[in-house]
Design a protein around this ligand. Structure first.
Ligand code: PLP
Length: 396
């Protein structure tokens, strides 16, 4: 027989994917320009030209056995050294290549990290709203996902709820700032508070609680606000980084794990990361992409386009009358549903060819997510549809 758990996972696609597939069908019916598809978080801004130039040069000048060959399991040592040097120069953290593990993007970074640290019976806390795949990753690693709802008014951490949720079984907390799906950034003062809570609980229970920072959106910030670099604030932290979003390379599957050097037994935690990478079949992230990103560590796509999109959409929607949580980063916006049931709201929006994602799949009720990493013109064209949807509610 086959694994019933995997069968279920494979058969049941995510709500986001279902909406996207519906969008493809609808576009074939009425033309792509008439469907306002805000479902996926696929970057619309191209990678900087430098990426293609470096790729071409590498293809032309690197011996095939290197270009297409295996690197060592955790990644090419020169690449890992460059990343460690970059982290050291950018943040106040004594990174070393021996604590950097190259991965196929943030998804792989998360699954490897979780498999490295959790044991059966452990609990992993996530703040809702959260990236839906967290549930799959955490449960597959053998732990229980525990959700802590953020404050409804600003989607920031509710510390009372967090304290109540931490138990002797808590092994890790995942933080994602800027956040998918809300675009919210956790302010530095809240990061400090979070580390105080975790330190207190570690002491109380006499155990390590890991703080995993999932940060594919680190560079997508529109306010100049500092996105706290978690290892600067908390010893037992692991960074799960990805080049999918800020460098617009989601299909190239490249990122890394960085284990904080100030963690107790950091070497063993890193060895467990290597073990999990091996057990999951993830050794040796794509070689060409490792070499490419090592030359683009401080580069991003033109992310100002997302800021422009955010402003047009935020101003347009609030002018119409929608309640919007103003996003400070990433390329997602959380909008209050015009009725209690966000699924019903999503269905009604579909009638106006607005494809938005109901918030239930992100672990909260009453909102929809708009993914605005789309053509700016599409956002402008969508505003009359949002207005018509709003009026449809007001006139009932
Ligand atoms: N974490 C979050 C919060 C995300 O939004 C995503 C992708 O959308 C991922 C992880 C996975 O990223 P990657 O494509 O680098 O695997």
């Amino acid at each position: 027989m086959i694994s019933p758990k995997m069968l279920e996972l494979g058969k049941k696609s995510s709500v986001i994917r279902e909406i996207f597939e519906y969008g493809l069908k609808r576009k074939a019916e009425i033309g792509a320009e008439n469907v306002f598809d805000f479902s996926l978080g696929n970057p619309s801004v191209p990678a900087p030209p430098k990426v293609t130039e470096i790729m071409k040069k590498l293809i032309d000048e690197t011996p095939a056995e290197v270009l297409h060959g295996y690197t060592s399991g955790p990644g090419d040592m020169k690449v890992r050294t460059k990343i460690a040097e970059y982290i050291k120069s950018k943040y106040n953290v004594a990174a070393t290549a021996g604590l950097v593990y190259m991965t196929c993007g943030a998804a792989a970074s998360l699954t490897i990290t979780l498999n490295a640290i959790v044991e059966d019976g452990d609990e992993v806390i996530v703040f809702a709203p959260f990236f839906p795949e967290y549930r799959v990753f955490v449960e597959q690693a053998g732990a229980k996902l525990v959700t802590v709802s953020c404050k409804k008014e600003d989607l920031q951490i509710d510390f009372d709820a967090l304290e109540k949720a931490i138990t002797p079984n808590t092994k890790a907390v995942i933080i994602n700032s800027p956040n998918n799906p809300s675009g919210v950034i956790v302010p530095e003062k809240d990061v400090v508070k979070l580390t105080e809570v975790l330190n207190k609980k570690q002491e109380e229970y006499g155990k390590v609680i890991f703080l995993i920072s999932d940060e594919p959106y680190r560079e997508l910030v529109f306010t100049g606000e500092k996105v706290a670099y978690i290892p600067e604030y908390y010893k037992n932290s692991v960074v799960c980084y990805s080049y999918s979003k800020a460098l617009s390379l989601p299909g190239e599957r490249i990122g890394y794990i960085f284990v904080s050097p100030s963690m107790k037994d950091a070497g063993d935690v890193f060895a467990a990361v290597c073990g999990a990478g091996r057990a999951l079949g993830y050794v040796c992230a794509p070689s060409l992409m490792q070499y490419v990103i090592s030359q683009c560590l401080d580069d991003t796509a033109d992310v100002s386009i997302y800021e422009k999109n955010r402003n047009i959409l935020y101003n347009g929607l609030t002018d119409i009358g929608y309640t919007v949580i103003k996003p400070d980063g990433a390329f997602y916006m959380f909008v209050k549903s015009l009725e209690e049931d966000a699924n019903a709201f999503y269905e009604r929006a579909k009638k106006f060819d607005l494809l938005i994602v109901p918030s239930d799949s992100f672990g909260v009720e009453g909102f929809v997510r708009i993914s605005y990493c789309v053509d700016t013109a599409l956002i402008e064209r969508s505003l009359p549809a949002f207005k018509a949807l709003y009026e449809d509610y007001k006139n009932e």
